[in-house]
Design a protein around this ligand. Sequence first.
Ligand code: TNX
Length: 509
Amino acid sequence: MPAPPLDATLLPRPTKARTRSGQFTFTADTRVRVGEGAEDAARLLRTLLAPATGLPLHPADDGAVVLALDPDLTGLGTEGYGLTVGPHSVLLRAARLTGLLRGVQTIRQLLPVQALARAPGRGVRWTLPCAEITDVPRHPWRGAMLDVARHFQPVEYLRRYVDLLALHKINVFHLHLTDDQGWRMPVTAYPKLTEIGGHRTRSMTGPTGDVYDGTAHGGAYTRAELAGLVEYASALGVTVVPEIEMPGHVRAALAAYPRLGNAPDRALEVWTRWGVCDTVLGVHDEVLDFCRTVLEEVMELFPSPYLHVGGDECPLTEWERSPLARARIAAEGLHGPADLHRWFLARIGDFLVRNGRRPVGWAETGTELPDGFTVMAWRDPAHALAAARRGHDVINAHHRATYLDHPQSADPREPPGQPGAVVALRDVHGHDPVPAGATSDVAARVLGTQAQLWTEFAATPERLEYLTYPRLCALADRGWSGPTEWGDFRSRLDLHTARLDALEVRRHP
Ligand code: TNX
């Protein structure tokens, strides 16, 4: 049987690919010519291929495999690359290092599937089909969010998660570090955030009702772990975007420091329920100082240009009753408690912008986040459109197509999870990040798309992988390649599934 054309095997699908006859074979003698600035790509190629292939891939000036940066290849942008495989040479070129890193993942996918395994593949010939590929992503933001606040995961598992993102050319790992049920990032100035806020006594077992599991849950990262993760992801061309929730979803912080809330003498526990909690931050000066101090430490650890500050689901009940909130409304000339949310986030956003960063927030409606915010629109595609029309950069995170905590089918054997609509593989594949009705200038403000894995009902790595794969493959394909035929995607996914299996991904069947 002739091999399928090679763009029919890659996931995401490359922009342009032509298969030629013949193949290149890696052997123990294959050397790599590493151009200036390409050292990190050579290291990645070696590291990724070593466990299964044992190939040393030593550097040499006359190497048959060439990794080269050429800043004149501007058409390739930051992440694009060109790959030419001939019978005696492999040439990988890009304008920027990140492009080379993407190309390395393509080489990995073009090799026999055993190249992805943990164990050495004995007797395998490490061949690449001769080909000419030019590949440039459609959208600059192709993200995956993992909620480690509801259920903590050790940093080793986060590294594995990032490995799998990079294979799919996902470039943003959005780490949801704080929520009502847990605070996972250490803050030197406020140690109780993790000491107290990092632990809860029990968890609700279902989405509603008063049934609890009776098991304590907790955990927090060290600064060294987070710094190490950032560095690890960066070597794979993945940016870690941290999220610190405010002014809602802060119950864990308020359990640690009740004076930051709207009733300073109240003792609160880290929340053990799921859903929307009505305890929120106060709006007095001390709270803004707290947020800025926390974000200063976030900026020390995370070099990402984008920092996420939450902003979702902030009930107004406490501000309606609080004398301090009423005083703030009067002093700032606001119309009422509803204006405080925007006022609060504007202060925080200005602070980040003054520090050279870009604030990101969840949008409840598409019109309420302050200017300068990048908007993650999750409720309704109309919000993505409204926000982009107002001039915001937008990431389309529509829950009906990107919420991986939802079940992937209506099959009663699906594990119990988030109630609500099924998010099937086909829904993810069919989701256009650019909302219908966008003119070209509005469409240009849509940075891309992102998958969300909320973890109220997903506590273990097994469950996280089951929910993530293969749906993340569809999101990665859409974000990198743009629209592809469902049948084309399905047949590529069938081949790709062998790669996931080689990597021992505990995927949905
Ligand atoms: C809404 S989306 C939330 C999360 C929940 C999720 C469950 C968003 C910004 N907030 O707090 O975990 O729904 O699907």
